[in-house]
Each structure stands twice: as structure tokens, then as C-alpha cells.
Ligand binder design. Structure first.
Ligand SMILES: Nc1ncnc2c1ncn2[C@@H]1O[C@H](COP(=O)(O)OP(=O)(O)O)[C@@H](O)[C@H]1O
Ligand SMILES: [Mg+2]
Length: 450
């Protein structure tokens, strides 16, 4: 595509070599050596981004908002900046396209130093999408998308075709949406147009600042899925800012957890950050999410299933009474004729039963099998409101119960085990590093080091 000015350099080569050394990214873009070929057919692939001592001191502030950030982002990967509000995520991001001018440090894109490049020219080569889409309200969808291609002088026919292609790409029917104004779109649709506009001139780099922050959770989920799908096709280098750690986990090939002044607390794959948080700040940030994630990763079969007093629907009422009175529980589980959980019976229920179990007790609302996740189990415990959930076999027959306390203790133990694993892993890494340093010193006698 000779019409679109290149960021210069050789982004494809950069992707090939950089990406081959990449970590276990999940998009496949950063690690799949076939990525460069696949995207070659599609125009520009991503470009590397290097930040070197990047600093922003706002006039009149005592401390810099961004303090000497060093970071290398590989061609074709999605890197997420995540961190608390005010830590400098947006400032760091906007320095990459120089919407905010750095007061120190360098920025290189595809190997080219763009720190002193004309910012307007630079911005035409970098897609930018923000919260609430940032569309121009007085322009139609088509004109919004055509903005940058027009500025860089694409011929009219090519722009028109590109607009249709982009609408299609983000899942909007070109015929229907082409001529609408932003106010005639839902929040999610506006956001899609915002992404289409950012991608219109086929830039190698896409910057996104909390782009899905203003839409409802279900739409956000869809937009995230769409972005993952898009990226599988496009292999852009995407830097994405969010304060939502779940979003970071879902979208990121790598996540940079930032603390105040945009200092990097940890820069690694989502898996590594979850299982091996670098310090208390990172664990604190991951914190609550880790417990919920654990609930999803663990099955009922992995926790203790206990016995619970049961009676059969045909048992004589006196037996039921006796069992409840002699047992240690306030409740008893009534099974139907096929041995399936049917009702929870309390002592008071029996008093009111007046000789028949037909109308006594509370129906069992939810059960789980051994294959259910602990999250399902917790859901069932909360639904049934008995403090436990009945576990059933393949034909729905009763096998035991898992109670709330067991659930809590299991998650707690699993998290503790994760933490110990992480510490062990850390020790191992330190040993490897120490070994490496030792070998380096011995190996070349302090000479040139690669
Ligand atoms: N134009 C500005 N002038 C002065 N201070 C600013 C300006 N923009 C942002 N800041 C300050 O810089 C810090 C980082 O802001 P920002 O990058 O927007 O954080 P984040 O995106 O992580 O919420 C904050 O303390 C903020 O108040
Ligand atoms: Mg921000």
C-alpha cells in the first residue's frame, strides 16, 4: 500500500524477529511466526514501540506524572496498561502519539525515533480510540471513518471502499450505518465506529484509552470479543489502557501493571502475573479477582463432598422425626423415589406437616455434579439459601453435599498453595539469575557482554 505512508523502517522484519522471541502470548500474533505472512496480505502489520526513560512533568506539578518509563512493546502484541486512577496511564499512552509532549526520554516506533517528528504526521500513522468513542457529532459515520484517509490524501474511490470495509470489519451493516450521525447510534455502536475510524488508514499501531469504559457490561464483553477477533486478522501493535484487571487479563498478551508516576510494578503475561505477582502492590491489584478466578478453575470433585442426613419420601413420618431429632443438623434432605434431592426439611416444617410430607419443606432449587466449578457450587449455595448444595451423580441421584464452609476453606487453601508456588518460582528464578551472573563473570572475564 504505497499510498499510506509507512512509519518507515521494516515493521515486518521487526515482527518476525521480535515476535519469535516473544512470550506465550495467546493472540498468536506476537508469537506465531506465520503472523507476518498472514498480515502481509492485509497491509501493515504492527510495529515495535520502545519507550526510553519517557517522562512527563506537567508545568506547576511538584512530581512528574510519568517518571522515566522504559518499555519494549513487540510488533503485533496487545499490551495493556493497568493501574489505579491517576497513576499516569493516559499520560504515558498519549506521549506515544505525542498528544502529550514528553519532557524527557525517547520514543521509537518500528525502530525510528519519533520523539521529534512532526506530531501531526506521526498521529496519522497511529490509530487512537478513546472512551465514549470521541466521534465528531456533526459528521456522519462515514465521514468520521474517512477522516484520516482523507488527511493523508487517499483518492476518493479508495476512501469510499475503505469506509465500507471498516464498517463491515467492526460488525456494522455499511448500508444501514454509513449515513447516520453518532447520536443515532447506541453506545456500543459508537464505540465500534470509533475503532473503525482508528483503523481506517491501516496504521501499524493502535492506542486505546479505556475505549470500552462507558458501555454496559454485556456490550463491553462483546466489544472485547470483537477486538480479539479483529486482532487475530490484523496483527496490529495495540496499547490498551484500562483500570479493569479482568479486562486486562482477557485482552492482553502482556500486561504492564503501573503504580504511581507510571512506574512499572510488573510487565508480564496475564498467567505470570496471576500466579506470580511481583509484590504486594500487584497482588493487591490482582487480589479479589484471584479468588473469584480460583472458583472458576476448581471443580466440585476437587473439594470435600460430605455425607448429609437424608430420608426417602416413602419413609414413615416417625422415622423422619427420629432422624431429625437424633441428628446434629437442623435440616434433613428428602430424596424422591429415585433417590434424587427433592426437598430440604427443617424441624419446624415437620411440626406443620400434619402427617404428610407433601406440602412440607422447601424444594431443592439447584444441585451440582462433580464436574461443576466451585463458582457454580457457590451460585447454587446462594440460590438454595441452605448453606450447602447437594451433589448428584449422572442420573441426578444424591451423592453428598458441599457446604459453604468447605467452599470457603478450599478456595482459601488453593490461594495459599498458589502463593507458595509463586514464592518457590521466585526462588527458582533468583537461583537461575544468580547462576547466570556467576557464569557471565567466569565466562568472559568481564569482557564484552552481549
Ligand atoms: N494537563 C495536566 N496538567 C497537570 N497535571 C495533569 C494533567 N493531566 C494529568 N495530570 C496529572 O497527572 C497524573 C496522571 O494522570 P493520568 O495520566 O490521566 O492518569 P490515569 O490515566 O492513570 O488515570 C494525575 O495525577 C493527574 O492529575
Ligand atoms: Mg486515564
Amino acid at each position: 500500500m504505497p499510498e499510506t505512508p509507512d512509519i518507515s523502517g521494516t515493521p515486518r522484519t521487526a515482527q518476525g524477529s521480535e515476535a519469535a522471541a516473544g512470550g506465550p502470548g495467546r493472540s498468536g500474533a506476537a508469537t506465531d511466526s506465520g503472523g507476518a505472512d498472514a498480515s502481509a496480505a492485509h497491509g501493515k502489520t504492527g510495529a515495535t514501540i520502545e519507550l526510553e526513560n519517557l517522562t512527563k512533568q506537567y508545568p506547576g506539578s511538584a512530581a512528574p506524572a510519568v517518571d522515566s518509563v522504559n518499555m519494549e512493546i513487540k510488533a503485533g502484541e496487545i499490551v495493556i496498561f493497568v493501574g489505579p486512577s491517576g497513576c499516569g496511564k493516559s499520560t504515558t499512552l498519549k506521549m506515544i502519539n505525542r498528544l502529550i509532549e514528553p519532557t524527557g526520554g525517547r520514543i521509537r516506533i518500528a525502530g525510528e525515533d519519533v520523539t521529534d517528528m512532526d506530531p501531526v504526521k506521526l498521529r496519522r500513522k497511529i490509530g487512537y480510540a478513546i472512551q465514549a468513542s470521541g466521534l465528531f457529532p456533526h459528521m456522519t459515520v462515514a465521514r468520521n471513518i474517512a477522516l484520516v484517509p482523507k488527511m493523508v490524501g487517499w483518492p476518493k474511490s479508495k476512501i469510499a471502499a475503505r469506509v465500507e470495509e471498516m464498517l463491515d470489519l467492526v460488525g456494522l451493516d455499511p448500508g444501514e450505518f454509513h449515513g447516520r450521525y453518532p447520536r443515532q447510534l447506541s453506545g456500543g455502536q459508537q464505540q465500534r465506529v470509533g475503532v473503525a475510524r482508528a483503523l481506517a488508514a491501516d496504521p501499524p499501531v493502535l492506542l486505546m484509552d479505556e475505549p470500552f469504559g462507558a458501555v454496559d457490561p454485556i456490550t463491553r464483553d462483546h466489544l472485547q470479543d470483537e477486538l480479539i477477533r479483529l486482532q487475530r486478522e490484523l496483527h496490529k501493535t495495540i496499547v490498551f489502557v484500562t483500570h479493569d484487571f479482568d479486562e486486562a487479563i482477557k485482552l492482553g498478551d502482556r500486561i504492564a501493571v503501573l503504580r504511581e508516576r507510571s512506574r512499572i510494578a510488573q510487565f508480564d503475561t496475564p498467567e505470570a502475573i496471576l500466579t506470580n505477582p511481583a509484590d504486594d502492590f500487584v497482588s493487591g491489584f490482582v487480589g479479589a479477582g484471584a479468588a473469584l478466578k480460583r472458583l472458576n478453575l476448581t471443580r466440585v470433585r476437587d473439594v470435600e463432598i460430605t455425607e448429609y442426613p437424608t430420608v426417602k419420601i416413602d419413609d414413615p413420618l416417625q422415622d423422619v422425626f427420629d432422624k431429625l431429632r437424633s441428628g446434629s443438623t437442623n435440616e434433613i434432605l428428602l430424596l424422591d423415589r429415585r433417590g434424587r434431592p427433592y426437598k430440604w426439611l427443617r424441624r419446624g416444617d415437620l411440626m406443620r406437616a400434619k402427617g404428610s410430607l407433601a406440602r412440607a419443606g422447601t424444594l431443592v432449587a439447584d444441585t451440582v455434579t462433580r464436574d461443576a466449578t466451585l463458582r457454580d457450587a457457590l451460585e447454587a449455595v446462594l440460590t438454595d439459601n441452605t448453606g450447602r448444595v447437594a451433589v448428584t451423580g449422572r442420573r441426578g441421584e444424591y451423592e453428598g453435599v458441599v457446604d459453604m464452609e468447605t467452599l470457603m476453606n478450599s478456595v482459601h487453601e488453593l490461594l495459599e498453595a498458589d502463593r507458595l508456588d509463586a514464592i518457590e518460582h521466585q526462588h527458582h528464578l533468583e537461583e537461575v539469575r544468580a547462576h547466570q551472573t556467576h557464569a557471565d563473570q567466569e565466562g568472559d572475564g568481564g569482557g564484552a557482554r552481549a
